[in-house]
Design a binder for this molecule. Sequence first.
Ligand code: G3H
Ligand code: 13P
Ligand code: ZN
Length: 341
Amino acid sequence: MPMVSMRQLLDEAAKGGYGVGAFNVNNMEQIQAIMEAARETKSPAIIQASRGARSYAQDRYLYHLMLAAVELYPEIPIVLHLDHGNSPETCKSAIDMGFTSVMMDGSLMADGKTPSTFEYNVEATRKVVEMAHAKGVTVEGEIGVLGGIEDGHGAGVDALAHVTDPGQAEEFVRLTGVDALAIAIGTSHGAYKFSKKPSGETLKMQRLIEIHNRLPNVHLVMHGSSSVPQELQDIINKYGGQIKPTWGVPVEEIQLGIKNGVRKVNVDTDSRLAITGAIRKVLFESPEKFDPRDYLKPAREAMKNIIAERMRQFGQAGHAGDYEPTSLAEMARRYAQPVVA
Ligand code: G3H
Ligand code: 13P
Ligand code: ZN
């Protein structure tokens, strides 16, 4: 089937009451890992590329790898999403290339670290909605600011400094018409999220529930949702790595989020940890090896395993075949129809 809009995937997830992982990629092996996990678990797939990924890989390579995935996995609905677009121009270039969904992260200025104003965010996001919806492409916006800055996205402040205000979230959706809304409830990007095991109080789940109650039809997105499993940290450290003690977001908290309107769950760090651990193991145990396939194959397998596990935990497993793809042209037609109150 052709690549589909994220709106369709998330609407279906809402009907089915499950979440969909959105996994970051930078190269062929990561795309293959996600697609194999999707086939094994019969899951719809959201594959996302950041600005950094687009520049690392040259986005045309990534796009053509995605076309190969579409051809090789006809039974899987696949979304190609831009992660953390920093300006309407970045979003436009992704839409022009064929991405079926974009994130306009106007919670930060174009530098990706300075918190913006509400007005700036509304203006930038509204512009993207207008141009994306005309082509049937989905838009994710963000209100509130994530903590951390490890991977270049975040305000570098305490994760609880800019938790999303429910009233602002409601106003933001009304003014922009976004399809999906990323909210800040205390997570941050990267491996170093929490310095001790999070208790049930660490994430602001009540906020999330309040936002969902105000916006029951908006798909909520949780960024910074890697769980940073201890086993993966241990593998890296056993084979010469130096990951300092750290905790990620417990899967049960994500599952609670999914029960309360979270439909898209962003995961990148867990894949990075799985890949790095597998490569370190091979090179440590067999220092004579130098064929990249000797370590990239186990790395790809390790990423596939963690993603398949997440697909099962988020509830998307078994749902790949639930629906026929809606074309982007049809999505555009629906967006153009006047909203009936
Ligand atoms: O949220 C950020 C993702 O983990 C992508 O990170 O910009 O280093 O590719 P990146
Ligand atoms: P993690 O760093 O927790 O994997 O979050 C990734 C993310 O939010 C990508 O947008
Ligand atoms: Zn993110």
